[in-house]
Unconditional design. Structure first.
Length: 253
């Protein structure tokens, strides 16, 4: 089947689903877009412990894909893939939280780092350096790196979804009264996230941009910056915790 024929068949299935809510057409769309679920699950799972089953991530992601198909409105002028990715990713995060696979000690460390960011920014009136963060936590630089490494695979949730969706939310800025409240709320959170990301130190801002906007892997970002993949993972984790502390302080999350 050539590309033109494939495109025509896909459009036919979309028409059947959007106009008649034909269940067979929906099933066809799910199968067609299933590689998108595998791609997103692969991105999310790259930094997770080996005991997290990739099949569980894909299974959760399929629910996000189904939700995206059922909620998609072509008239809004957003590509389906752009609309679907944050919903697939969000469903995977929801599935991970239900598994409750994060050790209590790691959750505690995560909260301590967030609190340290908040206290130091209040005291210094600027973003703290790695050395200042380690000193505030009464850790050596190596111990802080180990903390961030242990937290790296657990930074999933509402904030991380907002970070990931920042660019996608920007694709449609219509916040008129016709927009559903949930869509407006998502766009407002996306705007807050973009504003906060711009305030981050350049290194953290660059890592988030390369990872979420450009779609590079942690290894590829390491090649760009000339550092190891594990160091990029630590910077990414630090960036997310940094943002989390700011939004907590603002009462947003």
């Amino acid at each position: 089947m050539n590309i033109v024929r494939e495109d025509a068949d896909l459009q036919l299935q979309w028409d059947r689903w959007l106009k008649r809510k034909n269940a067979t057409a929906r099933d066809h769309l799910i199968v067609h877009y299933s590689p998108l679920v595998k791609f997103v699950a692969g991105r999310v799972g790259a930094g997770l412990p080996s005991n997290v089953d990739a099949g569980d991530l894909i299974g959760s992601g399929v629910f996000g894909l189904i939700d995206a198909i059922e909620r998609f409105e072509p008239d809004r002028g957003v590509k389906f893939e752009t609309f679907a990715v944050p919903r697939i990713r969000g469903a995977i995060y929801d599935g991970l939280r239900q598994l409750d696979w994060v050790p209590r000690s790691v959750r505690s460390r995560s909260r301590e780092v967030e609190r340290a960011f908040s206290e130091l920014e209040h005291k210094l009136r600027r973003s703290p350096s790695d050395e200042e963060l380690a000193a505030h936590l009464d850790l050596t630089d190596a111990e802080l790196a180990n903390w961030l490494a242990s937290i790296a695979s657990t930074t999933v949730g509402h904030l991380d979804r907002a970070v990931a969706a920042g660019a996608e939310v920007a694709a449609s800025d219509d916040t008129s009264s016709n927009s559903p409240p949930a869509v407006v709320e998502e766009k407002e959170l996306g705007k807050v996230m973009r504003d906060e990301i711009r305030r981050l130190p350049d290194r953290e801002k660059l890592v988030l941009s390369l990872y979420y906007d450009e779609g590079l892997t942690l290894s590829e970002i390491g090649d760009v910056l000339g550092v190891t993949e594990s160091r990029v993972s630590q910077i990414h984790t630090q960036s997310v915790l940094h943002l989390r502390s700011r939004l907590h302080a603002a009462g947003i999350v």
